[in-house]
Every structure is written in structure tokens, then in C-alpha cells.
Design a protein around this ligand. Structure first.
Ligand code: DC
Length: 226
């Protein structure tokens, strides 16, 4: 198991996965973006024609289908579902929105929680950076360092729009709705852990945010990441 876990939570488009990957490259640690678990579940649910109101059917379906998924998240980053490689099809904002809807269901969170922990347990690297919404509060409450990433709504819409070739205005409402859903749900809502360090990336480039995070990690975990 990885000895050190850095937990990073934050809103849509704060730059979590891009920055964590950059930090991982500097430290030689893998970065795992747990949104991918929810996106994969949303893909499977959609593929089987179910909607989020059918929680019992979703539970049965996912309990069966998730056994066919292989998460190569600390190596190639790929996700295979049976003979298919899903990675590219999971990236769109509409898949993120579908994942957010599904992530409200207790059955889904219950099924995905042990899978997220398992990926880190079997990770042979010295440390791992894990990002999501409830990493510091639920998935790894004992994480060695907790970071809460924020950025202004406008900046986040601009970043996402350039990723998806969409107009920023077109994304603003979607991002706002997803933030509200992720923060407002009863189970494992997005919130800053009491002992998390806040990192505002509004005025930072990816390289600047990554450099700040590396400094935080080296400062908090002396010797872990030299
Ligand atoms: O980080 P992302 O955009 O890939 O996440 C997609 C959705 O998955 C997010 O809007 C809410 C859900 N999610 C979650 O509930 N808990 C996590 N740890 C990660 C993601």
C-alpha cells in the first residue's frame, strides 16, 4: 500500500485532476481522480437504459457489472469494461453531470467506496494523490495531507469551455448546478475538512498551482517527497 495519501477535494473545474497529475509527475507518485468511478458507473447505467430513479435496479446492475471493470488508475490511467476501453468517453461535461446525479444514491456510493480504497491499497508507489469530493472527509479521513481546491466560477467555466470547445456562458449554469448538487447532497457532500488547507487556483496557472501543492506536500510531509 502507498505509505502517504494526499487527499484533494474541490469544486468542478478547480483544476484538481490536471494539477494533481502535474504534482504526481514531479514527485513520481500516481494521481487518482475518483470522479472516474462515478463517471464509469454513470456510463454503465446509461448503457443499460436505467434512469437514476431506479435505485434498486441500479444497485443490482452495478454490483454485477462493476466486476467487469478494471481500473488501471495508478499505471496507464485506463479503464476497461469487458473488452471496451472507456477512458475517452468518460471525459465530457455531460458525463460529469450524469455522474453527479448518480452520486447522490446511497447504493452507488456504497458500491464505489471500497473500490476507491482498494486502488490505493494495491498501489506500490511511496505516495498517492487522490482527488474527488469526499476524499478527505469519507474515503481517506486519515490522509496525511488534505487540500481543498477552489477557484472563481468564471475562471472555472473558462477552463472547462476551452477543454470542451464550448462557450463559457454555456457551461456556467451546468457547473453551478453540479456544484450545488455535490455540496448539497445528504450523503458525503463536498465540503472542506476541518483540517484541510485551502488552495485558491483562480489566479494560478497549472504549473503555479502544482508548484504550490508540491511545496505544501514537502512542507507537511518532510522526507516523504524529496
Ligand atoms: O471530479 P469529476 O468531475 O470527474 O466528478 C464527477 C462527479 O462524480 C461529481 O460531480 C460528483 C461525483 N463524485 C463524487 O460524488 N465523489 C467523488 N469523490 C468524486 C466524484
Amino acid at each position: 500500500m502507498a505509505k502517504y495519501v494526499v487527499a484533494v477535494d474541490g469544486v468542478v473545474g478547480a483544476g484538481k485532476s490536471t494539477v494533481c497529475r502535474a504534482v504526481g509527475n514531479v514527485l513520481g507518485w500516481p494521481a487518482v481522480s475518483t470522479g472516474i468511478f462515478y463517471r464509469t458507473a454513470a456510463f454503465i447505467v446509461h448503457r443499460h437504459g436505467l434512469t437514476v430513479d431506479a435505485e434498486q435496479k441500479i444497485r443490482q446492475l452495478l454490483a454485477q457489472e462493476l466486476t467487469k471493470v478494471h481500473w488501471h488508475l495508478t499505471t496507464s490511467g485506463e479503464i476497461s469494461y469487458g473488452k471496451e476501453t472507456l477512458t475517452a468517453q468518460l471525459q465530457s461535461e455531460s458525463m460529469g453531470y450524469a455522474a453527479s446525479l448518480l452520486s447522490e444514491l446511497p447504493a452507488v456510493r456504497e458500491l464505489l467506496l471500497p473500490l476507491q480504497r482498494e486502488v490505493v491499497h494495491v498501489c506500490p508507489a511511496r505516495g498517492v494523490i487522490v482527488d474527488g469530493r469526499d476524499i478527505a472527509t469519507v474515503v481517506f479521513p486519515q490522509a496525511d495531507l488534505k487540500i481543498f481546491m477552489v477557484a472563481s466560477l468564471e475562471q472555472r467555466a473558462r477552463r472547462r469551455a476551452s477543454d470542451e470547445s464550448l462557450h463559457p456562458q454555456a457551461l456556467l449554469a451546468k457547473i453551478k448546478a453540479r456544484d450545488m448538487r455535490d455540496s448539497g447532497r445528504t450523503l458525503a457532500p463536498l465540503k472542506k475538512a476541518a483540517d484541510a488547507v485551502e488552495l485558491d487556483t483562480s489566479m494560478m496557472s497549472v504549473a503555479q498551482a502544482a508548484a504550490r501543492m508540491v511545496t505544501l506536500i514537502r512542507g507537511h510531509l518532510p522526507g516523504a517527497a524529496t
